[in-house]
Design a binder for this molecule. Structure first.
Ligand SMILES: Cc1cc2nc3c(=O)[nH]c(=O)nc-3n(C[C@H](O)[C@H](O)[C@H](O)COP(=O)(O)O)c2cc1C
Length: 200
């Protein structure tokens, strides 16, 4: 890989890492795309915004948090996933492809749960899975925690619903828009990373 490509790859991982740490970064809320299984057909695409929680460039993984009962978990666990982010300041689009894993137990899930705020953990107290029909507008939260910070004891009841979505990236498509000429590169993970230039 030439030096310019190596710099772009390093920069892409730095943008993602900053995106996880900085809630004002546009990369903080990428789009996660999946192939649906809920209709019984593999042909239904779906996509949703999620908060990027952590990035490990060395392991090429991204971490998100979600409700283990949500339909996306079924669509994503052990399956291909695309992650899309656009950074307007850099005029850079990142299209990442990888494989997803849903993790509900173990030290990594426990640590992420412990590091989440009480209000973030409260979401997982919802009585029914995300996407369940409601008779009227509502949060889905039980009445005793609506609008309140739940006690630690109450929040423990939400822990079984908390899941990590871990994405291991194997391709990165980087696109930079510029009046002087757009640039595009594609990186592939194979015993380290390989990169090449593409027509934008
Ligand atoms: C700014 C923003 C951030 C969001 N962050 C998350 C998140 O971190 N985890 C999550 O599960 N859903 C998040 N959502 C909600 C999802 O986009 C989606 O509506 C929900 O998870 C249900 O998705 P599903 O039906 O595909 O399972 C976020 C939505 C927005 C608008």
């Amino acid at each position: 890989m030439d030096a310019a490509l190596a710099d772009i790859l390093t920069g892409a991982w730095a943008t993602l890492t900053r995106g996880a740490a900085d809630r004002r970064s546009p990369v903080h809320t990428p789009v996660i795309a999946s192939i649906g299984t809920s209709t019984g057909s593999d042909a239904t695409p779906d996509a949703r915004v999620m908060v990027l929680r952590h990035v490990d460039p060395a392991a090429a993984t991204l971490r998100f948090h979600t409700d283990a009962r949500s339909p996306k978990c079924r669509d994503l666990d052990g399956r291909p996933v695309a992650v899309l982010a656009y950074h307007p300041g850099q005029a850079v689009q990142l299209r990442l492809h990888g494989r997803a894993r849903i993790v509900t137990q173990g030290p990594e899930a426990d640590a992420a749960w412990a590091a989440s705020t009480p209000f973030a953990r409260r979401c997982y107290l919802a009585e029914h899975p995300p996407g369940t029909p409601l008779p009227a507008p509502g949060s889905g939260l039980p009445a005793d925690v609506e609008g309140l910070k739940p006690s630690e004891a109450r929040l423990l009841q939400a822990r079984p619903h908390f899941a990590l979505l871990l994405v291991t990236i194997h391709h990165i498509d980087w696109l930079h828009l510029a009046q002087t000429g757009h640039r595009r590169a594609r990186f592939e993970a194979a015993d380290g990373w390989r990169g090449r230039w593409l027509v934008p």
